[in-house]
Design a protein around this ligand. Structure first.
Ligand code: HEM
Length: 382
């Protein structure tokens, strides 16, 4: 099972094309089947490439399993992040996030710009050209680099820089929260922060944490999916319906490859026995490329969704599932479909021949997705 302590973690995390499951999973699955034992992230672990087991795990959150991100990730996420808390605190904080995200989807302002600028404006009323917006963006990028890097706290490593960037982001948001409290609730502004401050249901620390959660959850994932769509469309004619392109890019691109859980009691599912205390890693990518679930799975083919959308969507889980299902799923689709509409209408583009997406496991492009772009005679002026 690999090296002591880290076990097979390095092999499990070895980069591979993001529209594949990678050699580690391919070899293990052909040798041991879709569910196998390993030693990962300093713990004995069960890796599941079985779609039914994956759904069972997510749907039985807090009954048989619970969220269990590795300790070093807590250092970056903070102890009140939605990804680290469970039970009533998770319910309370999630409720606030779901309300905000649901309300954002329907406002036209939200649809007119993207990713981090959009989040920062909507959450905190900061305009993209303000110096503080640059500061937030910079810290954010440092944070993201370290988020899934090797957790070594030595000055200069991506991980150490990310922990510091997270602390700076917290400070920036905390200062904004305090200013708002001193201003004694400005009348009328009505951004997300005003809404939660008015409710007075969260402590200062919880408020800061939920603002960061929404920024983190919503920025990198959506930006990555946009990049994947641009990539896949460069290799396929853009004649498809937008929603099918988005769904197919999520199946093929795999923004989130797997999530972290832990068994909280002995669990028996089909022929598998999962011992209490073991780490459990449901790998979403595996079901996306399962030959028994999809025809010719490695092909990017949006038309597979025609007539079969409801069947296929049950076999694809890019947003997780159960009580922790991504609250930003619909918002991400709306944002991306708006972007796609303008892109396809106004531009044609090519990627570099040797570029492709890689799962590190977070997705990056081998060549940075440099594009050759050409404006077309579209009719879109804004
Ligand atoms: C392509 C875009 C996105 C993908 C692929 C994605 C994927 C995911 C996945 C797989 C989870 C579940 C994590 C787990 O079970 O451990 C999750 C949770 C979460 N996502 Fe997203 N997400 C996306 C966009 C967004 C957006 C736009 C927002 C916010 C505006 C957001 C906010 C969150 C939050 C707050 C959670 C934690 C939920 C909880 O633990 O209850 N995500 N996301």
């Amino acid at each position: 099972m690999g090296w002591p302590i880290c076990g097979e973690t390095l092999a499990f995390l070895k980069p591979h094309k993001s529209n594949s499951t990678g050699s580690f999973l391919q070899q293990r699955c052909s040798r041991y089947g879709k569910v196998f034992k390993s030693h990962l992230f300093c713990s004995p672990a069960i890796v599941s490439c079985d779609h039914e087991l994956n759904m069972f795990i997510l749907q039985n959150e807090e009954k048989y399993f619970q969220v269990s991100y590795p300790k070093p990730m807590h250092g970056i996420l903070g102890k009140l992040s939605l990804l680290t808390v469970s039970g009533d605190l998770h319910k309370k904080l999630r409720n606030v996030a779901v309300n905000f995200i649901g309300a954002s989807k329907s406002t036209p302002a939200f649809l007119h710009s993207f990713t981090i600028n959009l989040m920062v404006k909507h959450l905190l009323s900061i305009e993209p050209e303000e110096p503080i917006a640059f500061k937030i963006l910079e810290d954010f990028q440092t944070f993201m680099k370290g988020f899934v890097s090797l957790p070594v706290y030595i000055p200069g490593t991506h991980y150490a820089n990310a922990v510091k960037a997270r602390a700076r982001l917290s400070r920036t948001v905390r200062e904004i929260v305090r200013e708002r409290q001193h201003e004694n609730m400005r009348a009328g502004e009505g951004d997300f922060l005003d809404v939660i401050l008015k409710k007075r249901s969260l402590s200062e620390e919880e408020t800061v944490s939920i603002v960061l959660d929404i920024m983190l959850g919503g920025y990198e994932t959506t930006a990555t999916l946009l990049a994947l769509i641009v990539y896949f469309l460069a290799h396929a004619p853009a004649v498809f319906q937008k929603l099918k392109v988005i769904l197919e890019a999520m199946r093929c691109g795999n923004v989130v490859k797997f999530v972290h859980r832990e068994a909280i009691r002995d669990v028996k599912f089909k022929e598998y026995l999962i011992p209490s205390g073991w780490k459990v890693l449901p790998v979403f990518t595996a079901a996306h490329f399962d030959l028994n679930l999809h025809e010719n799975p490695s092909e990017f083919n949006p038309s597979r969704w025609t007539d079969k959308a409801s069947v296929i969507s049950k076999r694809v889980m890019p947003f997780g599932g159960g009580p922790r299902l991504c609250p930003g799923a619909e918002l991400a689709k709306v944002e991306i479909s708006f972007f796609l509409h303008h892109l396809v209408l106004n531009y044609r583009w090519k990627t570099q021949a040797d570029d492709y997406p890689i799962a590190y496991p977070y997705v990056e492009f081998r060549r940075g997705l440099l594009l050759e772009i050409e404006r077309t005679n579209g009719f879109d002026d804004h």
